[in-house]
Write a protein that binds this ligand. Structure first.
Ligand code: HEC
Length: 168
């Protein structure tokens, strides 16, 4: 009985030692991970391949969507803006370089909201509004891509309206 006690004590001491060394190595691993992610972030920012913010030149809508938007435009917008968007009377032209220059550098969300604020007969859903925006982008010479414009706020905020093609 008496001889077991110091052994038990010793054992407890060792586990405590062990625990604290495990703790220390965990901290070291954490510090290492933090350092690594920091370095990766810095590298990412410097790298020319870093993900750039998307712009209206990056194919932000699809051609199927453009077709839907064309039909929606005919239904909701053509009465005022003209079937071919050619109206020059009291309504500002919404096609052409002079027109899109107004939107240069703004988030696509601003343009989306402008369209959403139009006095249409039947209020458009976000999806329908996105379709019309796709049609107007197409009419203004922006390329189609492989993913649809969904009309979600986050998505619209992260796409920048650029009047001229990058590199031009
Ligand atoms: C009842 C007539 C009417 C209808 C329908 C209408 N608009 Fe308009 N729209 C106007 C008028 C008037 C203006 C100019 C005054 C203003 O900006 O509110 C305008 C302005 C705009 C502008 C902004 C031009 C600028 O200042 O940059 C856009 C873009 C636009 N319309 C798109 C559309 C689209 C897309 C639709 C269909 C979903 C639509 N409009 C439906 C009358 C209309």
């Amino acid at each position: 009985m008496h001889e077991i006690e110091p052994l038990g004590f010793d054992f407890r001491l060792r586990t405590r030692e062990l625990a604290s060394s495990v703790h220390r190595s965990k901290l070291k691993t954490l510090a290492f991970i933090l350092l690594l992610t920091g370095a990766m972030g810095a590298l990412g920012a410097l790298s020319p391949y870093a993900q750039q913010k998307r712009s209206t030149w990056d194919g932000v809508y699809t051609s199927e969507q453009e077709a839907r938007g064309r039909a929606q435009y005919a239904e909701s917008c053509a009465s005022c803006h003209g079937p071919e968007l050619e109206t020059e009377s009291y309504i500002p032209l919404i096609v052409g370089p002079a027109y899109i220059a107004n939107w240069d550098g703004l988030p696509l969300a601003t343009f989306f909201d402008r369209v959403r604020g139009m006095p249409v007969d039947k209020e458009l859903t976000r999806q329908q509004n996105a379709d019309v925006v796709a049609f107007l982008l197409a009419r203004n010479g922006f390329p189609a891509g492989r993913t649809e414009l969904k009309g979600q706020q986050d998505e619209l905020n992260e796409i920048t309206f650029r009047a001229t093609r990058p590199g031009n």
